[in-house]
Design a protein around this ligand. Structure first.
Ligand SMILES: *[C@@H]1O[C@H](CO)[C@@H](O)[C@H](O)[C@H]1NC(C)=O
Ligand SMILES: *[C@@H]1O[C@H](CO)[C@@H](O)[C@H](O)[C@H]1NC(C)=O
Ligand SMILES: *[C@@H]1O[C@H](CO)[C@@H](O)[C@H](O)[C@H]1NC(C)=O
Ligand SMILES: *[C@@H]1O[C@H](CO)[C@@H](O)[C@H](O)[C@H]1NC(C)=O
Ligand SMILES: *[C@@H]1O[C@H](CO)[C@@H](O)[C@H](O)[C@H]1NC(C)=O
Ligand SMILES: *[C@@H]1O[C@H](CO)[C@@H](O)[C@H](O)[C@H]1NC(C)=O
Length: 213
């Protein structure tokens, strides 16, 4: 149960964000068609390029992907990566994956992606080894400045973890960077990004041995 302090803080935050959000828009990608691909017919459920061309986008707006885990949501600022329909050649600095934390096929997901960088943003699904992307699961948008980023999205991502130098240890290059631009919730993907190993909790039940003397 929330304490009164937490409640008041939440209330003021809600009032503040209601006032601020008027300037920003959430766009549902593909409208009612969602972000989906039909494997049987090799077709996307909407013409996403036509959808994108029909809207104007500003910093602080969100793209909302109503999809399932048979599709992926990749955001990149790199035309070469976009055209390749693959994240394999990304250097880890300009390409982000949003998976909603789902790891099995066919799970419904709603993925909000904030627009935090002005200029051309590219989106695609790299599922089915690029087949989805080649068959229409991709689009590009131009993000205008609009009112600029709202404070909620204007936080710098936390600095990368640095191993404190031990006595006499030569400094090794530190390379951990996984947060997206302005902490957008995406995970940087590419060749140089260290793999994150998700440990699935393993419950070990130890049975006590009863010794009869
Ligand atoms: C837009 O989506 C974001 C992320 O889900 C949410 O926090 C925000 O309240 C939404 N804004 C509006 C105007 O619906
Ligand atoms: C879909 O397209 C891919 C690549 O072009 C092809 O390999 C596959 O056979 C197609 N599937 C169907 C059902 O047409
Ligand atoms: C999708 O829409 C674009 C822009 O309106 C058009 O040029 C293109 O031919 C359409 N693609 C398909 C597969 O219908
Ligand atoms: C573009 O917007 C108009 C007006 O809102 C709508 O009628 C039309 O269906 C939209 N086209 C696409 C491809 O989303
Ligand atoms: C796009 O990515 C490729 C592959 O990582 C890289 O060689 C290229 O420099 C990038 N382009 C830009 C404009 O950053
Ligand atoms: C998702 O993909 C799996 C494996 O290819 C398939 O069995 C399932 O029918 C698909 N689900 C949806 C909702 O498309």
């Amino acid at each position: 149960m929330a304490t009164p302090t937490v409640f008041i803080a939440a209330l003021s935050l809600a009032v503040l964000s209601a006032a601020a959000s008027a300037a920003y828009t959430n766009y549902t990608v593909g409208g009612n068609s969602g972000w989906l691909f039909n494997d049987a017919t090799n077709t996307s459920s909407a013409n996403y390029s036509a959808w994108a061309a029909n809207n104007t986008f500003n910093l602080g707006d969100y793209l909302v992907f109503n999809t399932n885990s048979n599709q992926t949501v990749i955001q990149t600022y790199n035309l070469t990566i976009y055209q390749s329909c693959s994240i394999d050649d990304s250097d880890g600095s300009d390409t982000f994956q949003y998976d909603g934390g789902v790891t099995s096929f066919g799970q419904a997901m709603t993925i909000p992606v904030p627009l935090t960088i002005e200029g051309t943003n590219y989106f695609f699904s790299d599922a089915d080894d690029g087949v989805q992307c080649q068959a229409g699961m991709r689009f590009q948008i131009k993000v205008n400045h609009g009112s600029g980023l709202p404070p909620s999205l204007n936080q710098p991502p936390p600095p990368p973890y640095m191993e404190p130098p031990g006595p006499g240890t030569p400094q090794s290059p530190s390379s951990v960077t996984t947060a997206g631009p302005s902490g957008n919730g995406g995970v940087a993907v590419g060749r140089n990004v260290p793999l994150t190993v998700t440990l699935i909790g393993v419950v070990t039940i130890t049975l006590g041995l009863i010794r009869f003397v």
